[in-house]
Design a protein around this ligand. Structure first.
Ligand code: B12
Ligand code: SF4
Length: 512
């Protein structure tokens, strides 16, 4: 996609590394960054999800000699497998190009990113102001030691071997940011393909409407970046964008990609009223303790307006561990169960995620906690069998200063020092929260969690797997019921085999 309206020889290439083999989503991270420089720079977007060979496309742009800046958005996990080698190659073949990384991986793992020597700058959190400010400084050939570079907020770089983290800016007001340019995106990568078929609808729009999250859960990668701050786009502006995509490309469903879409009941209610007659089905992520405070009439209104399923971090049924996780102090096991029942009344599916395998003082305590949570998940299913369960294995994120991260460091756990180490299979599994490489988890514990997960997923296949037929569901569910009922979880190979043959969808690995 090329913007030709503003002549500028310092062109910008923005790359979204591949994150999903089958399901394409609007690449909001780089689209928002493109909007931030739309009036000043010529830019192209390359989407690794939509290119067979992204390197060929990137190279064809860089060979023109017109590009001074390359920006990659990088989250942990599969995106790294394109991001790392392509960054290395660009650095080797086009040494004059500035390489800038943004996104959660770049912000949280900046040490290995910058130590590689292939990335000049990492953006620390939102890049909406930082990116244009950085480019303006580099346009003037500012040195890393210059005041101009140091004045750019939300930036991390290395100067004379030292990491420099510039001041963090106040949380931006989404309402003042330029709108995403869907039309330009469509002129190169058809919007039609970005609006994929999901459990929610035939054409699902991925939309992001707020910065941050007001909470400080000690295992969460959002915390070090936003420090318990949240600001959302007004309901009318969310609706304006959704309606635009609906009218132009026929979107009939929305995945809200906000870390916490439901912080403000007022905003949710206003949006529900606005979208009421549009026949849109929608999903978002929220907190149990927040939405439990919503009035009954708000929940009823949301459902009527199309809110079908909400993702919640239930995390664990152990109140002590909930406290350690710093879930804001207000979420409790009793509430998790009661809330699942409350959602049933309103016909909104709660999608509960649990984090198993958190650190404890002894091996026995870790194992007991896993058993406890397995039991608790069963209780949730009893209260509301429609509850979708997503199981993650606890993977540390560098929330410096949190009690939980301190105990992680005490256990001897360390992140990789070299960027390319992230490409190793072990670390990919870590990113997918499948095998966290944390010293306190034994193979037996990981097997226990995974075996239970297989049986649970077979007994209650996720509704979000739209390829699974009714008869397949029935078959696998009836095969698993004996195991589930009698708590025989070990070695469920017959179920795993079927799940593999049918390519069973796992939201915990594939995102959602
Ligand atoms: C959409 C999404 C996905 C999509 C892929 C998106 C894509 N790029 O193609 C899918 C569903 C595939 C996905 C998968 C995963 N994801 Co994901 N994903 C998200 C989600 C919900 C939204 C990202 C987004 O579009 N945000 C909107 C944009 C506007 O915000 P942003 O990305 O933060 O961008 C701003 C800044 O970061 C910065 N910036 C970002 N990129 C760039 C680039 C440049 C050049 C510059 C200058 C600035 C910049 O400026 C932007 C504007 O302010 C985030 C949570 C969130 N709300 O952000 C999680 C999130 C990023 N994902 C996460 C994870 C862990 C994963 C998985 C690895 C694991 C999992 N089980 O979920 C999987 C991996 C599977 C896979 N196949 O890759 C974590 C990362 C946590 C961490 N430890 O760092 C997050 C934060 C969710 C969470 N709270 O745990 N994900
Ligand atoms: S509520 Fe969710 S997004 Fe917010 S800090 Fe906790 S885990 Fe992270």
């Amino acid at each position: 996609m090329v913007c030709l309206s503003v002549p500028n020889m310092n062109k910008v290439l923005l790359f979204n590394p591949r994150s999903d083999e089958k399901k394409y989503r609007v690449p909001n991270s780089i689209l928002q960054i493109a909007a931030a420089i739309d009036d000043k720079y010529e830019w192209v977007i390359v989407d690794g999800n939509r290119e067979k060979n992204p390197w060929k496309t990137i190279k064809s742009h860089l060979d023109t000699g017109d590009f001074k800046y390359v920006g990659f958005t990088v989250m942990p996990g599969p995106q790294l497998s394109q991001a790392i080698p392509l960054t290395k190659t660009i650095h080797q073949e086009y040494p004059d190009v500035y390489m800038i990384w943004g996104g959660y991986f770049a912000s949280n793992q900046y040490k290995s990113v910058l130590d590689s020597g292939w990335v000049d700058f990492a953006i620390n959190g939102p890049g909406d102001n930082a990116f244009p400010a950085l480019l303006a400084a580099l346009d003037n050939d500012a040195e890393k030691s210059s005041e101009e570079i140091h004045a750019v907020r939300n930036l991390i770089f290395k100067n004379n071997g030292e990491f420099v983290k510039t001041a963090k800016e106040d949380l931006l007001d989404y309402n003042t940011l330029p709108r995403l340019n869907y039309d330009k995106l469509d002129s190169h990568y058809s919007m039609d393909k970005y609006l994929g078929k999901t459990y929610l609808g035939e054409k699902t729009l991925a939309y992001h409407s707020s910065f941050g999250c007001p909470f400080t859960c000690s295992f969460c990668a959002v915390v070090p970046i936003y420090n318990a701050r949240w600001k959302g786009l007004k309901a009318e502006n969310v609706y304006r964008d959704v309606k635009y995509v609906k009218d132009k490309w026929g979107a009939d469903a929305i995945e809200f990609h906000d870390n916490n879409f439901f912080v403000s009941e007022k905003r949710t209610v206003e949006f529900s009223k606005l979208v009421m007659d549009d026949n849109m089905i929608w999903w978002g992520e929220g907190r149990i303790d927040t939405i439990d405070k919503y009035k009954d009439e708000s929940l009823a209104l949301m459902r009527k307006a199309g809110c079908k399923m909400i993702f919640f971090g239930a995390e664990t049924g152990n109140d002590e561990v909930l406290k350690k996780m710093d879930k804001g102090g207000t979420q409790s096991a009793a509430q998790i169960l009661e809330f699942a029942a409350r959602m049933k009344k309103f016909d909104i599916i709660p999608e509960y995620s649990f984090v198993l395998g958190t650190p404890a003082d002894t091996e026995k305590e870790v194992m007991d906690q896993i058993d406890f949570d397995i039991d608790f998940i069963r209780q949730v299913k009893e209260v509301n069998p429609d509850t979708e369960i997503i199981i993650y294995i606890y993977s540390p994120v560098p929330t410096e200063g949190s009690e939980m991260f301190d105990s992680v460091l005490d256990s001897g756990f360390r992140f990789p020092e070299h960027l390319e180490d992230w490409l190793k299979a072990d670390w990919e599994n870590f990113d997918l929260r499948k095998n966290p490489l944390t010293p306190w988890l034994t193979a037996e514990m990981i097997d226990k969690i995974q075996h239970f997960e297989t049986v649970l997923n077979a007994a209650y296949p996720t509704v979000s797997d739209i390829r699974m037929s009714g008869s397949q569901r029935k078959l696998i569910s009836s095969m698993a019921k004996f195991r589930y009922k009698n708590k025989v979880y070990k070695y469920p190979y017959e179920l795993k085999a079927l799940q593999q043959i049918w390519n069973y969808r796992q939201p915990e690995i594939q995102g959602f």
